[in-house]
Design a binder for this molecule. Structure first.
Ligand code: AHG
Ligand code: MN
Ligand code: MN
Length: 329
């Protein structure tokens, strides 16, 4: 019988082969525990009074849901006590979070979106958790925002947990992309995919079509090209984790391009660089795809601020290279 490896078995083997990954092995193990707890809560959201608004806005002017608060507190409290992180940044925290005494010996920092797509909770659709781990820079204070402005290329671990029909943990630490699926009965994550690779065929585009009229000309032409020349089908969950997961497995393009909703001529992205775009760009590149903020490789983009927003276009490498050549017809 060919039984899949449990995450624990996989991590023990990794540790034997790469003893230098000891810190990252511990971090993945801790994130998998967080994934089990959030999976449990999202599954029972309707019966544990976890649906709806927390009656407050975050620093980005977005309504915070009860489950956003729960997931953020869980990530903060659980990860703080592991002692693996010198600092953390979260979508739901205005500033860098100080780890105090716990972070004294830590070598890493982590940025996370504790609950991605939280508007999906009340209609029982997929949500996720996204994480990005980088090395602590010794030239700055631990809570200095510049810790988090390192280019995505320098991530040492990135991934997400998708809470959907199944709960899956997907991550990379630089040697391909792994997927583990939670067996709820066993309470264990099992290895279900390794060396994930974005398929060559580009049959799907994933984009909020309602925003088409707010796009710049180049992005409009690109969407037209995907529909008319590539005959792509549209799939859009509106939770980045779910849309990127499908892109990794089924191929295609996911786009959240810059929009100008006010008609002022100023085009802006929505997704956050440090805990949405950077980790997804890392995974997609590890799977042979490409991610751009519209001009270059998003992984080379230097950060400007903690909650910086950027346009994101990711997926099929050939088609994105075609887009970047800037001669769309
Ligand atoms: P969050 O719930 O963490 O704020 O993220 C929501 C994001 C992202 O997951 C998704 O891709 C995007 O918002 C959808 O935005 P639109 O509804 O504007 O398409
Ligand atoms: Mn998000
Ligand atoms: Mn979120």
């Amino acid at each position: 019988m060919n039984l899949p490896l449990t995450l624990s078995q996989f991590l023990i083997k990794q540790l034997a082969r790469h003893p230098e990954r000891d810190g990252l092995v511990a971090i993945i193990s801790d994130l998998s525990t967080i994934g089990k707890i959030i999976s449990n809560h999202t599954n029972r959201a309707g019966v544990v009074d976890m649906i709806g608004s927390a009656q407050k806005m975050n620093i980005q002017g977005e309504e915070v849901k009860k489950l956003d608060v729960f997931c953020n507190e869980l990530c903060k409290d659980y990860l703080r006590q592991t002692g693996n992180f010198a600092a953390m940044a979260s979508e739901e925290e205005d500033e860098v979070v100080d780890m105090g005494e716990f972070g004294k010996e830590a070598k890493y920092i982590i940025a996370f979106d504790p609950l991605d797509g939280s508007h999906n909770v009340e209609v029982n659709l997929p949500v996720g958790t996204i994480f990005s781990v980088q090395r602590l820079l010794n030239q700055f204070e631990r809570t200095d925002e510049r810790q988090f402005l390192q280019p995505g290329r320098d991530q040492v671990l990135a991934g997400y947990i998708l809470y959907s029909a199944s709960t899956v943990l997907v991550f990379s630490w630089g040697d391909g992309v792994y997927e583990f699926t939670l067996d709820q009965g066993l309470g264990e994550f099992l290895l279900t995919r390794e060396k994930m690779s974005v398929p060559a065929e580009c049959a799907i585009y994933s984009f909020n079509e309602g925003a088409y009229r707010y796009l710049g000309d180049k992005d409009k032409k690109f969407i037209d090209y995907l529909k008319e020349k590539k005959s792509c089908s549209l799939r859009y969950v509106a939770a980045m984790v779910a849309d990127v997961h499908r892109t990794l497995i089924k191929g295609g393009i996911f786009l959240h391009p810059a929009v100008d909703k006010k008609g002022t001529g100023e085009y802006k992205g929505k997704l956050r660089l440090n805990y949405e775009a950077k980790p997804m760009a890392y995974l997609v590149e590890q799977a042979g795809g490409f991610c751009t903020e519209s001009k270059g490789n998003l992984l080379d983009l230097p950060g400007e601020s903690l909650h910086q927003r950027v346009p994101v276009i990711l997926g099929n490498k050939d088609i994105i290279e075609y887009y970047l050549q800037n001669n769309l017809i």
